[in-house]
Design a binder for this molecule. Structure first.
Ligand SMILES: [Zn+2]
Length: 233
């Protein structure tokens, strides 16, 4: 049983976009699982095997209780019955209260489809007669941002876990800047990539008066019980 499951389309998506929140939830005593929907086999650099090893190391750094990789097809994600069933199975097995997924719109088709796929499964998992693997009703679904950043519902203060997040990202050595590499360059392999991540998180932190922050989108508005406390520093 997990408190939280964070889904990414590819290994490293979760670390880059919500690694700070993952580490924070773990620090707060939550059991967090990571689920990569694909093995990242279309990645320009490295191999799926190497990325799986790097992903396992990154999960350990973040303190995740479990990491699973589904093999739903890098570059071929869709919301077919088979792929929905695979995600429903993960939710019913892990029984999280909070589900984290990619944003519903993104430049990369896999990211946007992954968001829609998890959103579908989030609902279908609760229907007792949908499939035969039981049922589970998770409480919340929130989406993290990748290429597109302008619809944040809330920003999480990750100032205390920024260093852990970067340590986790650095586990993906095959994807990052390596002056001795002869493989083609990518956005992630540029020398300034980690600075870009830091700048982005610094910007979102500035929106909430903290050093670093990660933005999230929620389809339903968050429920507020104590309005006064919501606006305290
Ligand atoms: Zn990705």
């Amino acid at each position: 049983m997990m408190d939280v499951v964070a889904f990414g389309a590819h290994p490293d998506d979760v670390e880059i976009c919500c690694g700070g929140l993952i580490a924070l939830l773990v620090q707060q005593g939550k059991r967090v699982a990571l689920c990569d929907l694909t093995r990242g086999e279309l990645g320009t650099r490295g191999t799926p095997g190497l990325r799986a090893q790097e992903a396992d190391r990154a999960a350990t750094i973040l303190g995740a209780a479990q990491r699973v990789q589904l093999d739903l097809g890098d570059g071929h994600l869709d919301t077919s019955h088979e792929r929905r069933a695979a995600v429903v199975e993960v939710l019913r097995e892990m029984q999280p209260k909070l589900v984290i997924a990619p944003m519903l719109s993104d430049l990369h088709p896999d990211h946007a489809v992954a968001g829609a796929l998890v959103k579908s499964a989030f609902y279908l998992a609760r229907i007792r007669k949908w499939g035969s693997s039981g049922h589970h009703r998770a409480n919340h679904l929130v989406h993290f941002f990748q290429h597109e950043l302008d619809q944040a519902s809330f920003v999480v203060d990750i100032s205390s876990t920024m260093k852990v997040k970067h340590e986790a990202i650095r586990c993906y050595q095959s994807q990052l800047f390596d002056p001795s590499s002869t493989e083609p360059g990518t956005q992630i392999s540029s020398q300034s990539f980690l600075e870009v991540v830091e700048t982005r998180d610094r910007h979102h932190g500035s929106l909430i008066g903290s050093q670093f922050g990660e933005p999230f989108y929620q389809t339903a508005p968050p429920r507020v019980v104590n309005t006064f406390d919501l606006f305290l520093p």
